[in-house]
Ligand binder design. Structure first.
Ligand SMILES: Nc1ncnc2c1ncn2[C@@H]1O[C@H](COP(=O)(O)OP(=O)(O)OP(=O)(O)O)[C@@H](O)[C@H]1O
Length: 239
């Protein structure tokens, strides 16, 4: 959990360039963003504007060309690779559009395996997995395998799995892209609930601007530039 006044996630003057033939593509152009514990930010913008790149850099999966990523006040680039991997495991939860569950494992096992890698005892991991499956509305599904679950239920397992390590930061990429309207809404509501309940800093990339009012603020990306977040309530007034 973050210290008071320290943003859980802070991105400062981030740039990210990819080589592109003779030149470069600028995926992120001096991006700044601070997200506090318990805050839920939507990230919107056209295709190719840099949203996934921002999440990948924030998740410490991709190193920026320049700029700083700080998680719970730690400058992640100052850490040796081993410590950076530990920080990523312990402080960052990542939720992609496709849940990528392992076909042979039950819902409960999908959660337990991550905690096992974090060095937790099997008994503690099983207890936490049961608790989280209940929170995401899957109390009776612990023994089911992915093919026995609906798309919405698989995404719930994905969310529960991302929360197993008690992360400070939750990075979510298009969680509703594969779901119908009703299931999409319930997934964003669940993300709101866990953001509040676990006091996590959540950034969600979404095309569904309809669900933006369930978040606190919305920031727009365009050509690698990020606008300052606008309170979701102000956005509604504009419309
Ligand atoms: N691995 C890569 N190598 C080269 N260029 C890349 C790479 N990944 C992304 N890009 C380029 O960086 C820019 C930003 O891409 P990014 O995927 O972050 O945008 P996005 O807003 O997430 O798009 P979408 O909504 O389509 O997922 C684009 O011009 C893209 O082509």
């Amino acid at each position: 959990m973050s210290q008071i006044n320290t943003p859980a996630l802070s991105l400062t003057n981030l740039t990210l360039e990819y080589p592109d033939g003779e030149g470069t593509v600028i995926a992120l152009a001096s991006v700044n963003l601070s997200v506090r514990a318990g805050e839920f930010i939507s990230l919107v913008g056209p295709s190719g504007s840099g949203k996934s790149s921002l999440l990948a850099v924030a998740a410490t999966l991709v190193s920026p060309t320049s700029g700083l990523v700080s998680i719970d006040g730690t400058d992640v680039h100052s850490l040796p690779e081993k410590q950076l991997a530990a920080l990523r495991r312990e402080k960052v939860g990542i939720i992609f559009q496709q849940p990528n569950l392992l076909a042979s494992l039950t819902a409960s096992e999908q959660l337990i395996i991550g905690d096992h890698l974090r060095g937790k005892s099997l008994r503690a991991a099983a207890g936490r997995a049961a608790e989280l499956l209940e929170i995401v509305g899957l109390a009776d599904c612990g023994k089911k395998r992915p093919h026995q679950l609906s798309g919405g239920q698989r995404q719930r397992v994905n969310i529960a799995r991302a929360l197993m390590g008690s992360p400070s930061v939750l990075l979510v990429d298009e969680p509703t892209a594969a779901l119908d309207h009703h299931r999409s809404e319930s997934i964003v509501r669940l993300l709101r609930q866990v953001t509040d309940e676990f006091n996590v800093a959540t950034v969600m990339v979404t095309h569904d601007t309809e669900f933006v009012p369930l978040t606190d603020a919305v920031a727009t990306m365009r050509d690698g530039l990020l606008s300052a977040p606008v309170p979701a309530s102000e956005l509604l007034e504009v419309r």
